[in-house]
Design a protein around this ligand. Structure first.
Ligand code: VGL
Ligand code: ZN
Length: 196
């Protein structure tokens, strides 16, 4: 059985949003069209408290895209984004969510970021996504959404670790930094993943 994981299709990652991914909106009609090819469709949602320490605003003398060490992990400092209950945190209304059976939220702990829909960046907590997919007899996952070089990539890498046959759907994702995604893409392929 095959599942589609739709990562973070939220207004803050779309044009006009706080952490907008260029042309991120172009993937929405594609995601809507392909959903019918899957036995199961799930989504993730970045869901931060306003004081989240991945926000540059929470650190004196730091600006967005600086990298700091946060509780022992490298952390890119982002503009405030996907604050719980805000418009920017909501899933796009243009995304067809009629077949989305579950939404896995992440990034609630202010002390640690969470790019993957499976685990936080320190692997301290499991969202339950892997167990959910296994209970539904899923053995293959395709990952799409935003952003290719962060949450899509880390979700796909963890899916491989969880033993799923895993692909990233190129036409249904966009990167914050295209060059960075090229390198990460190779890392994903070396680990056993494929690009569709
Ligand atoms: C994401 C940076 C910070 C993503 C989330 O969804 O790719 N990127 N939070
Ligand atoms: Zn975030």
């Amino acid at each position: 059985m095959k599942a589609l994981i739709i990562v973070d299709v939220q207004y803050d990652f779309l044009p006009g949003g706080a952490l907008a991914v260029a042309k991120g909106d172009e993937i929405i009609p594609i995601i809507n069209t392909i959903q019918k090819e899957y036995d199961l469709v799930v989504a993730s949602q970045d869901w931060h408290p306003a004081q989240h320490k991945s926000f540059a605003s929470q650190h004196e003398d730091k600006i967005t895209f600086d990298v700091i060490s946060l509780n022992g992990l490298d952390q890119v400092l982002w503009p405030d984004h996907c604050v719980q209950e805000s418009y920017g945190a909501s899933l796009s209304e243009d995304l067809d969510s009629t077949r989305v059976e579950a939404i896995f939220r992440k990034g609630m702990d202010p002390e640690i970021d969470s790019y993957s829909a499976f685990y936080d960046n320190g692997r301290r907590k499991n969202t339950g996504l892997a167990g959910y997919l296994k209970d539904r007899d899923i053995d293959e996952v395709h990952v799409c959404g935003l952003a290719a070089d962060y949450c899509v990539f880390f979700t796909a890498m963890d899916a491989l670790d969880e033993g799923f046959k895993t692909s990233i759907i190129s036409k249904a994702t966009r990167a914050i930094d295209k060059g960075a995604f090229m390198e990460k893409k190779n890392e994903f392929i070396q680990k056993g993943g494929s690009l569709l």
